[in-house]
Ligand binder design. Structure first.
Ligand code: NAP
Ligand code: MG
Length: 484
């Protein structure tokens, strides 16, 4: 029997589940076989207007007066509720995104971690005092931004819910969330859980729908005090323009072309599985996917041969089969990835490894074989553009400077992996990489709720996760007291 959810195709505004003004719903599709798993509301400008007004009332009302301890407790309760419902949430997430059940489950646990972490952090956002002229006392207090707008993508719906709302709620903001229309059923369920654990009306408002309708209405709304966006660089520019029009700050997380630098003294046995998993995780649809492997020329042939062997063993199939990876999110994304592969073939770039389609990868699903290509010229689009699919490219380098030049030589700068046993080189290279996170002899693929995360250049700006996010969602106020 095909999986379906009983979740309402409604928005959650001011503590109520309500029909969208459009009266319309959008079908939600399972990428493994194309069947409809449920419906979401087609929200638009009117719904966003109601949600922003509700958030404003909450912020200026009771929610604005809750103590940090109370907020922390609410977040912790939500973390516990998510863990208690992890089987149900993982099933929804796997069916909605096509990701293997194992990955969906670890995503749900990570979602709970966001609320545990920020629940504990809520009452640890301290202010400061500054030495000043005699007779004065100066205090810096950190205050919430106010009403925060959140627009997130489809690749990790549940985790993104935790990442974008955790720090915002811990610091006392009231929120309006517009998730991606491609996959957000887990977010509808998570919002129900948030209501059950006692978040007051107006604190979390959920409006689902299309980006150019609900999304554009939210980002351009004059009642928003801060915007958080994760998605494509193109839409990131639109968000930034809207933020500029309304004179509000924004944090943007826009993806990457993250490199793994493999030096000749690398521990190859450690590097190989980590490099494969950093590109196949979530079928390559991870902003921090390790999509370029830079290999020192002296070990190029042997290393790449070993990498190809591992790539050939990777298996793709339905989320139900719980293999190495599932389908990509949609037909559009499938065509996009296929386009990159076709152009690579036209340009004579050799395919050196390819995963296998499992029998569970049936008709109607959006399956693509994970592919290893190389050597790829640094000027080629495959070495510069984000594919957002399971496509890994290999590029040789001569020495450390050459490696850094190639690694820093794209428009992106999100994360990087460095593989070398030489301690001095580890730190030297880590410091020279223009990225937000560097992993030495490991690769995070974005993991780690505690670790500040964000980009340089076209990867965006601002930081989420860790204590840095608490700074983003608050603003410093200076109070100068003349006590004579
Ligand atoms: P996207 O269009 O940037 O979508 C991200 C979010 O923005 C979604 O919620 C989307 O809504 C919304 N949106 C779209 N147009 C908008 C607008 N005019 N105003 C306000 N919000 C708007 O990304 P995508 O189409 O899902 O993916 C395209 C490419 O972006 C991918 O191939 C990948 O390269 C990149 N990407 C990066 C990340 C990342 O984590 N960095 C995540 C996803 C995608 P709807 O989707 O509901 O229309
Ligand atoms: Mg879906």
């Amino acid at each position: 029997m095909a999986f379906t959810t009983k979740l309402p195709p409604q928005n959650y505004i001011d503590g109520q589940w309500v029909d969208p003004a459009s009266g319309e719903a959008i079908d939600m599709i399972c990428p493994s076989d194309g069947h409809v798993i449920g419906k979401i509301a087609r929200g638009g400008a009117k719904d966003i207007g109601l949600a922003v007004a509700a958030a404003r009332r909450a912020f200026e009302g009771e929610w604005g007066r809750t103590t940090a301890t109370e907020r922390g407790r609410l977040l912790s309760r939500l973390g516990a509720a998510i863990l208690a419902h992890q089987d149900e949430l993982a099933e929804i997430e796997a069916n909605d995104t096509g990701k293997p059940l194992r990955l969906a489950r670890s995503d749900v646990v990570a979602t709970a971690r966001y609320f545990e972490y920020y629940g504990g952090a809520a009452d640890k956002v301290h202010g400061d005092t500054i030495p000043f002229v005699d007779g004065y006392q100066v205090m810096i207090v950190r205050e919430p931004r106010g009403v925060t707008g959140h627009i997130i993508p489809w690749n990790y719906p549940a985790q993104m819910f935790g990442r974008t709302l955790g720090a915002a709620l811990a610091t006392g903001n009231a929120t309006v969330l517009k998730p991606a229309e491609e996959a957000c059923m887990s977010i509808v369920r998570l919002t129900q859980l948030a209501a059950e654990v006692g978040f007051p009306p107006g604190v979390i408002n959920l409006v689902t729908g299309y980006g150019d309708e609900a999304g554009a209405a939210l980002s351009s709304h004059a009642g928003i005090d801060f915007l958080s966006f994760t998605g494509s660089p193109e839409v990131g520019v639109l968000i930034q323009k809207s933020a500029a029009e309304n004179h509000v700050p924004c944090v943007l997380e826009l993806g990457g072309k993250s490199p793994q630098l493999v030096f000749e003294d690398a521990n190859v046995e450690k590097a190989l599985p980590a490099i494969i998993s950093a590109i196949i995780q979530n079928a390559g649809q991870t902003c921090s996917a390790g999509s370029r492997v830079l290999v020192q020329r002296s070990i190029y042939e042997t290393f790449v041969a070993a990498l190809a062997t591992r790539m050939n063993a990777v298996r793709v199939g339905s989320h139900k089969a719980d293999l190495d990876l599932g389908p990509v999110i949609s037909k559009v994304q499938l065509n996009r990835v296929a386009g990159f592969l076709e152009r690579a073939q036209r340009d004579g770039i050799p395919v050196i490894g390819e995963g296998r389609l499992d029998a569970s990868a049936g008709e109607g699903g959006f399956f693509v074989k994970p592919t290893l290509l190389g050597p790829v010229p640094v000027s080629h689009e495959l070495a510069r553009e984000e594919v957002f699919g399971p496509v890994l490219v290999v590029i040789p380098f001569d020495d450390e400077n050459d490696a850094l030049r190639i690694a820093n030589g794209t428009d992106y700068g999100l994360i990087a992996g460095v593989w070398t046993e030489n301690g001095a080189r580890q730190l030297r290279v880590a410091k020279k990489l223009r990225v937000g996170q560097v992993y030495v002899n490991g690769y995070g693929a974005g993991g780690g709720i505690e670790l500040p995360f964000g980009g340089f250049k076209k990867s965006g700006h601002g930081r989420e996760k860790g204590f840095e996010a608490l700074r983003e969602y608050t603003v410093a106020k200076t109070i100068v007291l003349n006590h004579g």
